[in-house]
Design a protein around this ligand. Sequence first.
Ligand SMILES: [Zn+2]
Length: 853
Amino acid sequence: MKDAAPQTIYLKDYRPFGYHIDDVHLTFRLSPEATRVVARMSVRPNAAYPGAFFLHGQDLKLIWAKIDGAEVTPDVTDAGLTCDVPDAPFVWEAEVEISPATNTALEGLYMSNGMYCTQCEAEGFRKITFYPDRPDVMSVFTVRIEGDLPVLLSNGNPMGQGDGWAEWHDPWPKPAYLFALVGGDLVAHPGQFTTMSGKDVDLNIYVRPGPDEDKCAFGMEALKRSMTWDEEVYGREYDLDIFNIVAVDDFNMGAMENKGLNIFNSSCVLASPETSTDANFERIDAIIAHEYFHNWTGNRITCRDWFQLCLKEGLTVFRDQQYTGDQGSHAVKRIEDAIVLRSHQFREDNGPLAHPVRPESFIEINNFYTITVYEKGAELIGMLKRLVGDAAYYKALDLYFTRHDGQAATIEDWLKVFEDSTGRDLTQFKRWYEQAGTPRLAVTEDFKDGTYALTFTQTTPPTPGQDTKAPQVIPVAVGLMSDDGTEVLPTQVLEMTKAEQTFTFDGLAAKPVPSILRDFSAPVILQRDQTNAERAFLMAHDTDPFNRWDAGNALARDVYRRMVTEDAAPDAAYLDGIAAILRDDSLDPAFRALVLSLPSEDDMAQDLADADHIPDPTAIHHAGEALRVAMAQHLQDILPRVRADMAINGPYSPDAKSAGKRSLGNACLALLSRLDGGAAAAAQYKAADNMTMQIAALACLLKIGKGADESAAFRAQWREDRLVMDKWFGLTVSSAAPQDAAATADRLTAEPDFDMKNPNRFRAVFGALAGHAAGFHDPSGVSYRMLGDWLARLDAINPQTTARMTTAFATWKRYDSNRQAMIRTVLKGLEATPNLSRDTGEMVGRMLGDTPS
Ligand SMILES: [Zn+2]
């Protein structure tokens, strides 16, 4: 049953639950279409907040319910049940029946390739049994699983097992969203870890028997690295006897941090050199770390309510970013994170889906697992750390762990810890959590009598529901360069708190060249009149690697933009600048590869829209292609030499240094392919002994309209490997010519191994179509209609993935009136779909600008 009238939930309405649940005993009798779940819990009235006894429950068949052993008849609706209960402690028991085999939404208990598994965040537990499914109700869980399967897992420590049953007990009180259960024919890749206090922990990565067994070693090493890192950097130790990870093929998210039993999308844990790219390895390392780090930032200290999601996610993303930087290069990691933030979070902030890091209302919380909550949330932690300094940051974190361990906390609690440990007033800083939108930071400069002045003005455009914004605290890291390329003032963090503010620097012999917002010290858009000569200067000389890259990026955008709007020739200053960087062997190859890469076509569309041009995706695509050819021609003497220097002899290793070399080598190959008709790429494809080199070569060929034979060979070679096939499906769409993108996606949906019920495969095809800017925005509107039709069909199966993928349309107001009209028709059609889910309904409504109900 769908809700007839979806309700908006507000942060301001928060009220604690009227009861405490001291412990929960769950018994599962597994059966694909008729699993029985018996729940027994000790309930105690919450004297401070008396309230009705309401338990969430969805798609549950109630068999019976008892209070203190006597059968009762609760009042059941499609949202849950209410029951008259004693005004004193009592025992609640209930048995329900559920059908994991037909649960295609992949929330609650469901089946994936014959394996039982769960996903309870945010509100999936209510599809398992009647329970107060809210994060502030924390309880001690004991679980018994009965089923004819060799492996039966749940949270916590194993208590016993026998033929067809297993019992688990988790001593740490937790909210229901961290509950997990797995049952299946699985094999373990085992490992061991000894914590800093000398406690031995058994580690396992569970996979299905077969080829996946050989893809666990990297994940296991990543897990051990993460455990060590959290001890060394944050002083946090693991707290159970066992830590299990299970790989699941059908999963809406990347992975889930259930206490002691992390469940992973297979694509985020399984890795081998033959089947995984360097990017896959880095992502897997980061996700394993992220989920492990949640054990403290998320599980031991959880969120009071879902509005506080950023409390666990922003902090944990920040921690996994630190971790990844420590494994390789902090500068490269910072650039990569800034690229993602600017491309996707700024885009979200700029459109109808903009919302604060801590939203104030929602209809469906699944729609707020966004890049704003996660990545901008992480930026806020980074700014706090920059403002208070490293030592004070770790001191505050220690206090946070001491003060709030075992609690469901809020952003207010988090900020209070910093206020108490540093003496700083964070009232104004809190606006970062409350105000949506990306602040624009305009800068002007002045130089007189040896004094240099920078004047900053901050403004944030209106966002849905927030017309005016108050000034925010912006840490602006600034360095000053002399015009011979030496640094006259090393990096200083200016703390901007007002709408307009001037900072002066005395005793300068000459007017300096400023390097502003070093290390991307705040998630803002810097607006500054800057000549390309100055950008080229900073690209060549800035001592801050982020700003050095950023100067090149700004130059690239300017060149690219003028190629689109004025049909201009590529600027020599840019081409000479990248040549100098490419030639400089003292620079990290990964950094050089980033300097060679151009802004995405979607980034350019946003740039043009910001400059009041209506972007034409086809023109942007052609300009990008022309710019790549010009780059290739300008660099043609250097490319083969650098590519040869990047060659690696010996066995594949996914370490950051080797990955950086492959990244630069393949960036050179992509440009070379524009000159040699794909000869070098075809040779690399033949010789490749790892996925990074193989798929990079294939991509180069497909991008220039060649590689049909290689693509067919790749398909045949990897047909049985679903994760490699996801890459092939995605690459086939993303490298199609714009006018063929929709037809290519359509053709792929007819392949026998296209399965719309598998989120990875659906995203491979339609995520690639939505990400193919010129193909998606084909003037005929064919891609819009195709995606709209598929999303309407998917919504009946999997609302969560459907809702997330509707964001492909979020930028619709940037485009011309024809495209807008076509997208509007598609969105209206989706909105009118019978039985549309609350998830998708909310997203479409927000994009159409409907007022919240
Ligand atoms: Zn997380």
